[in-house]
Design a protein around this ligand. Structure first.
Ligand SMILES: [Fe+2]
Ligand SMILES: [Fe+2]
Length: 261
């Protein structure tokens, strides 16, 4: 089976790309299951109810999050109401929602787990190795287990992937909004990419309005950034999984650039 994982969808520009491209990608790549990082879909800040419904309408099975998950108050409610939206699992136990879910897909058990890196992230999270070990030991076993590792540091992500190559199916990075070219199958066991990249505005600073980011950098003023307008881009990976062994056979990058909105 083929699983599509879409990188951070940012604001109205990201939604426009989903609306325009996701159906074709699902058809051409023969996709059965879709995971999407939704931490920035509501103007860069969290996931509103309307945007959750938008992604569900466009065939997304599981929404993952990151450091911006709790920027929108409606995300708190969604995390407690819905089974298919995650926040990083390594926030502490008092945090609303959950960071791992098992979905039964036509008899195949697919687990999706969301984790947050600790290097340069400025978030009060627990050790992700401890949390991952705990999930693997105590949660129901799955045929396919995919981790969205949301983090800044490339070394942190690939070290994590190597450590769990025997227990997981794929570790895909999100958060930097820049697609890396290091897609690989580690030891023929685990599909990996350091970062899937941004689904949002093409002429932007990782999704946000260029002028506003430069103004903020120059002045140091903490201005709120708006989503950039104009043409977009769509970043994702397709992971092909053997239907008998459930091992990943291929990871394919998708980077559609400068697409008219
Ligand atoms: Fe992001
Ligand atoms: Fe992030």
């Amino acid at each position: 089976m083929n699983i599509l994982i879409i990188g951070d969808v940012y604001g109205h520009a990201g939604r426009a790309m989903i609306e325009k491209l996701i159906n074709d990608v699902i058809k051409v790549e023969k996709i059965s299951f879709v995971i999407c990082n939704a931490e920035n879909i509501t103007n860069g800040r969290g996931t509103s109810r309307e945007d959750y419904n938008f992604l569900k309408f466009h065939n997304v099975d599981v929404l993952t999050g990151g450091n911006h998950t709790f920027d929108h108050y409606e995300t708190f409610d969604l995390l407690q109401e819905k089974n298919d939206i995650l926040r990083p699992a390594n926030y502490n136990k008092f945090t609303p929602g959950k960071g791992t879910v098992l979905i039964n897909f036509a008899g195949i058990k697919i687990r999706v787990t969301n984790l947050l890196g600790r290097t340069f992230m400025n978030q009060n999270t627990n050790n992700f190795y401890e949390v991952m070990d705990d999930i693997l030991e105590n949660e129901e076993k799955a045929n396919i287990h995919i981790v969205d590792f949301h983090g800044e540091a490339s070394s942190e992500k690939i070290a994590f992937a190597h450590n769990y190559k025997n227990q997981l199916t794929a570790v895909v990075g999100t958060h930097t909004h820049v697609q890396t070219a290091d897609d690989q199958i580690i030891d023929e066991k685990l599909a990996y990419i350091t970062d899937i990249g941004l689904t949002g505005a093409f002429h932007s600073i990782i999704g946000a309005n260029t002028k506003e980011v430069i103004y903020r950098e120059k002045t140091g003023m903490p201005i709120r950034l708006r989503t950039a307008d104009g043409n977009g881009q769509f970043c994702a990976v397709v992971i092909k999984i053997d239907n008998n062994t459930y091992k990943p056979t291929e990871i394919k990058r998708i980077y559609l650039k400068n697409v008219a909105a």
